[in-house]
Design a protein around this ligand. Structure first.
Ligand code: SAM
Length: 297
């Protein structure tokens, strides 16, 4: 399967960029089943099963072992990433923020599994087929949101703030935003617009968690693309080299710092070490230097 990206393209959870959300949930399902020290996402496996892509289902349920490369670049990183964003939201709401916005929510189940303080409103925004499928599936499983949960179908390349406002978001009050596993799937100018829009909607006290990938050195991406292609063939997904936007872009960390955010950052390499996970033996995907960041307004 191959597909290329274009302005205004769309997808569900088994196609194009949507399949990357199912892939992320598959990694959380495997992590939850095999090592619950860092994360516990009981909804990941049933959601992946409901999507119904055969290999993802077999991986999520343990019928198929993931293999060493997938274990490292996918499952161990999913553990630290999920923990990072879980703690981000718990700290942000612990500090008094009562509006959380999960951008590109995919099969994220935080609205159903985190202990949100009373009065917290959690907005989830992703493509219509994605948010509809997840909400319907979790309702069918009898899952109850643990906050005031508001689902906002939309496209982050378009005028998405209007839809959030219509759902009740109040930009005059602080907001905790997450953009997890998203930026590389946006064209560079759409990433800049997204970060500008988040900045303009963020009252003092707001926070944002996202990732910042260092720009590639010449030749770096050729190796990364080969690996992504092998991984896609192994997983039977759309060729992931066609889903991400490669090349130079404004790196999120300095871009946000220049717009008045104060940053707290950690590399994936450091987070693997501090969480007692093995170091990356093969970093042709250039994951080690990627930053997880929390930005404070
Ligand atoms: N944040 C989720 C997680 O970590 O499990 C999903 C990450 S997945 C790698 C990328 C997500 O970004 C998908 O759910 C996809 O639908 C969403 N996405 C990408 N581009 C988007 C856009 N232009 N508008 C809305 N959602 C988008």
């Amino acid at each position: 399967m191959t597909s290329t990206r274009y302005d205004g393209d769309s997808w569900d959870l088994s196609s194009s960029v949507g399949s990357t959300a199912t892939m992320a949930a598959t990694a959380r399902a495997i992590a939850t089943r095999t090592d619950r020290r860092l994360i516990d996402d009981p909804f990941a496996a049933p959601l992946v099963q409901a999507v119904g892509v055969d290999l993802f289902t077999r991986l999520a349920t343990g019928a198929e072992p993931p293999g060493e490369f997938v274990q490292q670049v996918w499952i161990d990183i999913a553990k630290i990433r999920t923990k990072y964003y879980d703690e981000f939201f718990l700290r942000a709401t612990g500090s008094g923020i009562r509006q959380a916005v999960i951008l590109a929510s995919g099969l994220d189940s935080r609205a159903y599994r985190l202990a949100w303080p009373a009065g917290t409103v959690v907005y989830e925004l992703d493509k219509p087929d994605v948010v509809d499928f997840k909400t319907r599936t979790l309702a069918g499983l009898g899952a109850e949101p643990t906050a005031d949960h508001r689902v906002v179908p939309g496209d982050l390349r378009d005028d998405w703030p209007q839809a959030l406002r219509a759902a009740g978001l109040d930009p005059a009050q602080p907001i905790a935003w997450s953009a997890e596993g998203l930026l590389g799937y946006l064209p560079p100018d759409a990433q800049d617009r997204l970060l500008d829009t988040i900045t303009s909607l963020s009252a003092p006290g707001s926070r944002l968690a996202t990732e910042s990938r260092p720009n590639p050195q010449p030749g770096d991406e050729t190796k990364a693309k080969e690996h992504l292609q092998q991984l896609s063939e192994r997983l039977g997904t759309d060729n992931m080299t066609n889903l991400r936007y490669f090349g130079q872009r404004n790196e999120a960390a300095p871009y946000l710092a220049a717009r008045g955010w104060t940053l707290d950052t950690a590399t994936i390499r450091d987070l693997l070490a501090t969480n007692n996970l093995p170091p990356l033996v093969d970093d042709t995907m250039q994951m080690g230097d990627m930053l997880y960041l929390t930005a404070f307004r």
